[in-house]
Design a protein. Sequence first.
Length: 306
Amino acid sequence: MEGGFRIIDKISQTKNIKLNFKNILIPISSEYYSKEVLRRSVKLAEKFKIKINLIYIIEEKTLNQVDKRQDSLRTQHDIDQTKKDIIDEQKKSADKIIFEQAKNYLEKNKINFTSKTIEGEFSKVIKNETDKNKYQLVLMSFAKECVLRYRLLDELKINAPVWIEEGGKAETILAICSNLAPNQKVPGFSMKLAEILDLKLQFLYIVDIEDSVEVDNKGERSEITSEKKLMYNANTFSEEIKKKGYQIKIVKGGTERQIIKAASEIKNPLIIIGRNKKRKGIFGIPIKKFKKRLVERCNDTIIFLN
């Protein structure tokens, strides 16, 4: 395990990184809709020549509940008809409210876009769409209390960065690096995005002493590593970032808690996080659904680099 040295070559090659969101997927659930993603897409269009692909997802959970609620005396034909009525109503709603609103937003700003309606489970539909098409970004909103499980954050591998839009004007990129991530995509991606969007850039390196291992570029976790070595590698990383002319702060503690704390000290942050292999929390308690927990607790826009 090379620790802090493993990203030096990657940092030195940041000028060669190409960042262009040409083909963007915007998934909208029948359970939740926010206009913020459309507003963000317009802002991105000012910097990138993009094509927006809107998909309205009629949640299968809603349809499945029809079977549970139907009177046992009703025929299968009646149940199927009820489902069809729900689907038709959802499609009309999408056409009348969401797609019409999107048309007003996007056409007015001369943004090329397509739209379609799909029945299925939110995360699975997004997974299938990103597997079939070359999207450079998935731009979506997040609802803390709804039926969506958001499995795409922690359980399903998506072949594109996932941008969780919370609204507001981003002013500073907060780039998160740690001993629990390869730290290969975040530096270059953050530098390039800050340059293109004309944003400030602040790095945060978290020495996660709750889960004191290191993660290599293959996502493999090392054996337990001493805090001294973790700090040495953090400082090595920090020096390389400073050579590029950027500010970086090193902190110790739990990753989730330190991200939320750092974000609260920055005006309108845009948080960028790479693959994180955290498995243990405080007192060594196993931790699950790290990304979903973070989005639920954090009120800022987050980009997950998968």
